[in-house]
Design a protein around this ligand. Structure first.
Ligand code: F6R
Length: 252
């Protein structure tokens, strides 16, 4: 895993956006794997800024989102459909029918998971997958204990994940208990992966990820099996790393 150390959230977002823009410029019909959550918001802001200033086009590109809550409408203000629309899609020229997000309201959820997995394959797989990380090491909504062989699946959200995401809802009771998420195997099939980590709150899990062996109890450690992962982490997120020499080398 390559690590790019940056000063703060803004720099992390700018760097991540550069990766995405480079990917689309090199391959206009690239398939971009998208994350939601607080970490990715700044990256999408930078993409919009670049779209307005430099006219980078997404007309031929595709996006596939990692996950969606089960049991709320796509129109719900906290659905990931709405998140992507508000934070990115309505501001760029990505065609509507190139935007893939699991349908958390499907009648047959198992069939929806299968359909989503096949849709990603039919697109030729993900060229660049953006990831955030949960405090418990989840990637997508694959909580600790998830099999590394998992494909797109229905999952129960960990109580800590629901609590972390309650900041976006009026009340903890409103946070869905289940989601559809790309599995770990689905994520690992991506050609290139970019993990974004920012803030003190993520320092402990980032330290664990970088120092622990590969284990299903920390889902993000699966990334160590992938040949092309870049972590962009800011100074606060890197603050639990004991190896000061490494920090100096990374010029944090
Ligand atoms: C989002 C996702 C999650 C988040 C993670 C971090 O689509 O799959 O894994 O990336 O929960 O969330 P934030 O960025 O809000 O800290």
């Amino acid at each position: 895993m390559n690590i790019i150390a940056v000063k703060n959230y803004e720099e992390m977002s700018k760097k991540a956006a550069e990766f995405i823009i480079d990917t689309v410029k090199t391959k206009p019909n690239a398939v971009l794997g998208m994350a939601t959550g607080g970490t990715a918001v700044g990256t999408y802001k930078c993409l919009i800024q670049d779209f307005n200033q430099n006219k980078t086009s997404y007309k031929q590109a595709y996006t596939v989102n990692l996950d969606e809550y089960i049991g709320i409408d796509p129109e719900h203000e906290q659905s990931y459909h709405t998140y992507m629309d508000n934070h990115l899609f309505q501001h760029i020229d990505l065609p509507k029918n190139h935007q893939y997000i699991p349908n958390g309201n499907a009648k047959n959820l198992e069939a929806e998971c299968k359909r989503y997995e096949e849709a990603i394959e039919a697109l030729g797989g993900v060229d660049l997958q953006i990831l955030g990380i949960g405090h418990n090491g989840h990637i997508g909504f694959n909580e600790p204990g998830t099999s590394f062989d998992s494909k797109t699946q229905v999952v129960e959200l960990a109580e800590s994940t629901r609590k972390a995401n309650a900041r976006f809802f009026e009340d903890l009771n409103e946070v869905p208990t289940q989601a559809i998420t790309m599995g770990i195997a689905t994520i690992l099939k991506s050609k290139k992966i970019l993990l974004l980590v920012s803030g003190k709150g993520k320092a402990e899990i980032l330290q664990k990820l970088l120092t622990c062996d590969i284990t299903e109890s920390i889902p993000a450690t699966a990334l160590k099996k992938h040949p092309n992962v870049t972590i962009i982490a800011d100074k606060e997120a890197l603050s639990f790393l004991a190896d000061t020499e490494m920090k100096v080398r990374m010029s944090v």
